[in-house]
Design a binder for this molecule. Structure first.
Ligand SMILES: C[S@@+](CC[C@H](N)C(=O)[O-])C[C@H]1O[C@@H](n2cnc3c(N)ncnc32)[C@H](O)[C@@H]1O
Length: 315
C-alpha cells in the first residue's frame, strides 16, 4: 500500500518543520551558487507540499515529480498544483536513468533534487543516489529522506553487515553493534549515507566534490532521516562551505525533531509567550491551565516559527 493512502504528508507536524528547514536552507543556498536554470525534481506524491515550496519560495518554474504507483500517478496528474509540474510515471530507478540519456532536456539545468522515499534505504535507493551523485549537473543540490527505524535493517547484530551490503565501503569496517541499537541507529545510518554521497562524488572525480548541507532526523511516528548536500563547481565550493558553516545554518539539526500535536488553543497560548527569556518552563504552562512534557515544550519553543496550523475545511 502506498504511503499516500495512509499518510497525509501535509498534516505531519515534524515533517512540516523538517520541510521548512530544508527550504530555508535551499533559499540561502540560492544566494551562493549561481543558479540560472533550475529544475526541482522529487516525489510530490498526491499532495505536492514540497513542490509548492519549490515554486513559491524558491521561484522554480520547472518541476518534475516521479511516481511509481499507478493510481498514485493518476491522482498526482489530477492534483498537480501548477501548470509547469511534469508528473512522470515510473520507478525512480528507470526515470532517473532517462534523465541522463542523450539529448535529455534536464541535463543542462541545475537540479534541486529531493528524493523523499517512504521506505528504508535499500540497495535500489543506493543505486539511485549513486547515479545522481555521479552525474547530476554541477551546482545541483541532492537531498534524500528515508526510514531509519533499526528493525527495517535486521536485528541489531545483523545491522553493521546490512549497512556494509547497502553502502559498500562507505560503511566503516569498524561499525559495531553498539552503533546500531534502536536509539543510535538513525544517527549511524545518517552518517553512513552522508559518507556514501561524499565518497561517491570523490570517486566519480567531481572537481568540487560534495559539500554536506542537510542532516535532519524527525519522527511523527517512524524515525526518518534526511541527508543531502551540494555538488558544487570548484569555483562555488568555498562559498557553499562558508554558508553551511554559519552558526544559524538551518540544515544541521542535532536532536531528532519530534513535535507535539497541540490543539490550536494550546499552540496560540504558548506562542503568545514567545520569544522569552528565561525559557518558558513547564510550571508556566501549568499556570496557563494545561500541561506538557518537558521534551514537548522544548520542541515547541525551538520550532514555534515553523509550527504548522491545520484546520478542517468542510466542503
Ligand atoms: C514520502 S512521499 C512524498 C512526500 C512529499 N515529497 C512531501 O513533501 O509531502 C513519497 C511518494 O513517492 C512515491 N515513491 C516512493 N518511492 C518511489 C520510487 N522509488 N520511484 C517513484 N515513486 C516513488 C510514493 O508512491 C509516494 O507517493
Amino acid at each position: 500500500v502506498s504511503s499516500f493512502n495512509i499518510v497525509n504528508y501535509s498534516l505531519r507536524p515534524s515533517k512540516h518543520v523538517q520541510r521548512q528547514l530544508v527550504f530555508d536552507g535551499l533559499q540561502r543556498l540560492s544566494t551562493s551558487i549561481p543558479l540560472d536554470d533550475r529544475v526541482y525534481i522529487g516525489f510530490g506524491s498526491i499532495w505536492f507540499t514540497d513542490f509548492v515550496h519549490a515554486h513559491k519560495a524558491l521561484g522554480i518554474e520547472r518541476l518534475v515529480s516521479i511516481e511509481h504507483d499507478a493510481i498514485g500517478f493518476s491522482r498526482a496528474s489530477f492534483n498537480k498544483p501548477f501548470s509547469t509540474v511534469d508528473v512522470i510515471k515510473g520507478d525512480s530507478s528507470t526515470v532517473l536513468k532517462g534523465m541522463f540519456a542523450e539529448g535529455s532536456e534536464y541535463i543542462d539545468s541545475q537540479w534541486i533534487m529531493w528524493l523523499d522515499y517512504d521506505g528504508h534505504f535499500s540497495e535500489d535507493v543506493a543505486a539511485d543516489l549513486r547515479l545522481v551523485v555521479e552525474r547530476a549537473p554541477s551546482n545541483s543540490v541532492v537531498i534524500i529522506t528515508f526510514n531509519a527505524v533499526g528493525k527495517r535493517y535486521g536485528k541489531p547484530i545483523e545491522r553493521p553487515k546490512v549497512l556494509q551490503q547497502i553502502f559498500g565501503s562507505a560503511a566503516p569496517a569498524t561499525l559495531a553493534v553498539a552503533d546500531c541499537t534502536e536509539s543510535k541507529f538513525p544517527s549511524t545510518i545518517a552518517s553512513v549515507a552522508m559518507r556514501f554521497m561524499q565518497t561517491t562524488a570523490h570517486d566519480a572525480g567531481r572537481i568540487g566534490g560534495f559539500v554536506p548541507a542537510f542532516r535532519i532526523s524527525y519522527s511523527d511516528s517512524a524515525n526518518m532521516v534526511t541527508v543531502g548536500g551540494v555538488l558544487p563547481t570548484a569555483a562555488s565550493r568555498t562559498a557553499v562551505t562558508e554558508l553551511v558553516k554559519a552558526a544559524d545554518w538551518p540544515g544541521f539539526v542535532d536532536q531528532p525533531i519530534s513535535i507535539p500535536h497541540l490543539t490550536a488553543r494550546e499552540a496560540i497560548a504558548l506562542q503568545a509567550c514567545l520569544p522569552c527569556t528565561p525559557p518558558l518552563s513547564r510550571a508556566s504552562v501549568q499556570s496557563m491551565g494545561f500541561d506538557l512534557e518537558e521534551s514537548q515544550l522544548d520542541a515547541f519553543v525551538r520550532y514555534y516559527k515553523q509550527y504548522p496550523s491545520f484546520a478542517q475545511v468542510v466542503l
